[in-house]
Design a protein. Structure first.
Length: 290
């Protein structure tokens, strides 16, 4: 029996892996509950990590990030080894360590300072791209989330978002490479305490502040000192999107609303009740400051 069988992989994926990594030994299953198989394996003298999915968009974004943007992070991210879009297979080097989430480093200021410095390297590793119509497209996407969130969030909240969108005036913005889910669950604490970044399946060109939203509504809300440490590592905020008198710029607020609503709808689709409730909490907090 092949070592690749009975691991939640399709026949095509098994065939590809048997051909490319014959005799591999699977040593751990880190699979997600939402359709992506993640397997740690040894092939020859190399320890590697497989991601396999029948829907390629997550893997495609990760591949694009590795081939376009991640040189700026050097060995603080895994290295890309192999990608086959047709088979839905992506292989990277395996970095030893433990996820910051659930570890003592989850609430450690030094880890947040390191993570801030790493994010700055990602954001500043490529020249910003001016996007005249980005906010317009994001406003359209947010309206679609409002429509899909009917019955999942209080109707008065959805009405307030719709009213806010009616008054929103899109402006040109600068886009940089972003991680897309930057928070302790995607930070790896390596032996010695050095932080690495993993999982670029949501990487895309966005405004820099998009990568702070998850932390603003969890880690930074619970521990303002962690925000201070993170921004100490990150450095000065780009002036065009910095908060004015304590209130985010309209485009930054749009990003928060879009992520909150997207969290609610996506979590319901995936059956993740805890994350769905987190999205509603995010939405309530954002609306309290409008």
């Amino acid at each position: 029996m092949s070592s690749w069988e009975h691991q939640g992989l399709s026949d095509r994926q098994v065939e590809y892996l048997e051909t490319t990594y014959p005799g591999a030994l699977i040593v751990a299953d880190h699979s997600w509950p939402f359709g992506i198989s993640v397997l740690e394996f040894v092939h020859g003298d190399r320890r590697l990590l497989l991601k396999a999915s029948a829907t390629a968009h997550h893997l495609e974004r990760e591949y694009r990030a590795h081939t376009r943007w991640l040189d700026a992070l050097g060995d603080d991210v895994p290295a890309l080894v192999d990608y086959d879009a047709g088979a839905g297979v992506l292989v990277k080097t395996f970095l030893p360590g433990r996820i910051a989430l659930g570890s003592p480093q989850e609430h450690d200021a030094g880890s947040f300072r390191q993570a801030g410095a790493l994010l700055a390297r990602l954001h500043r590793g490529t020249a910003p791209r001016r996007a005249p119509h980005y906010e317009e497209s994001m406003a359209t996407k947010t309206r679609a989330w409002v429509a899909r969130a009917g019955g999942l969030a209080p109707e008065e909240h959805l009405a307030r978002v719709a009213d806010w969108l009616d008054g929103f005036r899109p402006q040109p913005v600068e886009l940089v490479p972003t991680h897309g889910d930057y928070q302790p669950r995607n930070w790896l604490v390596r032996p010695g305490g050095r932080i690495a970044v993993i999982d670029f399946g949501r990487a895309e060109l966005r405004p820099w502040y998009s990568d702070l939203v998850r932390m603003e509504h969890h880690d930074f809300e619970l521990r303002p000192d962690l925000r201070a440490a993170f921004m100490d590592g990150y450095g000065p905020e780009p002036g065009s999107a910095a908060p004015s008198e304590g209130y985010p710029a309209p485009g930054r607020r749009l990003d928060e609303l879009m992520q909150a609503l997207g969290t609610i709808v996506w979590s319901r689709d995936m059956g993740d009740a805890r994350f769905e409730e987190h999205g509603r909490t995010m939405l309530t907090r954002i609306l309290s400051t409008l």
